[in-house]
Design a protein around this ligand. Structure first.
Ligand code: IYR
Length: 222
């Protein structure tokens, strides 16, 4: 009889999946179809899909299981517009002054500029924050570990879940992003990580022609 630590439970996951290769290949194919979308239709999104995707994000691994993430789901038009105005100011500074020539040149294929209609047109914005200090149930504060790495993983889960449910996404990271704290009235323990824009794409769906690195370009075997 095996002995477990008394704070451990036995689980029955990880069956030997007979079609594992096919399953992994289908998943690869599905994920490879995700594209960053910059034009959204006004078609509403079932809130349940987004809540399920945020729950999925909340199941990500994190340092000492502190779950140091926070998701602000923004669907109120006036709040989206506030975020858009603030983000466009930051982006204007980027395009006019901060970005190097090289950076602007590298962005040319994506046809971006400081105007961000998607921030007010997409049905939902999910502002993702990481927290180096988190509240416990009793209101006391606890430090977290690897908050940014953990939140990055959770955001990957979020994007995957939204894509799996047929929603388009865009990751948007105007820098600096502290305007999110002001607009959403969140204190400085909430560190803005990313804005995930989601909804259905506006048709016809046009995206830049891009390629993906081949396996041998992104891995080696040792
Ligand atoms: N944040 C700016 C610029 C930008 C930067 C990178 I790196 C991109 O991959 C895309 C855009 C913007 O959103 O326009």
């Amino acid at each position: 009889m095996e002995v477990f630590l008394n704070n451990h439970i036995e689980i029955q996951h990880y069956p030997n999946e007979p079609d594992a290769v096919a399953v992994s290949s289908e998943f690869r194919e599905k994920m490879s179809k995700r594209r960053s979308i910059r034009h959204f239709s006004s078609q509403p999104v079932d809130r349940e899909i987004i809540l399920n995707a945020i729950k999925t994000a909340g199941s990500a691994p994190s340092g000492a299981n502190r779950q140091p993430w926070y998701f602000a789901l923004v669907t109120t038009q006036s709040v989206k517009e506030k975020i858009r105005r603030a983000a466009e100011q930051v982006e204007q500074e980027f395009y006019d002054h901060k970005a190097t020539e090289e950076w602007l040149n590298d962005l040319k294929p994506f046809d971006t500029n400081s105007v961000k209609p998607y921030l007010s047109e997409a049905p939902a914005l999910i502002a993702v924050f990481s927290r180096s200090l988190c509240e416990n149930e009793d209101g006391s504060r606890q430090r977290s570990y690897y908050p940014v790495e953990s939140t990055g993983i959770a955001t990957g889960f979020l994007l995957t879940a939204l894509h799996y449910a047929g929603l388009a996404t865009l990751t948007h990271t105007p820098k600096p992003m502290f305007f999110l704290n002001e607009v959403l009235e969140l204190d400085k323990t909430y560190r803005p990580f990313m804005i995930v824009v989601t909804g259905y794409p506006k048709r016809p769906i046009k995206v830049p022609k891009i390629t993906r690195k081949l396996l041998h370009q992104i891995m080696d075997e040792y």
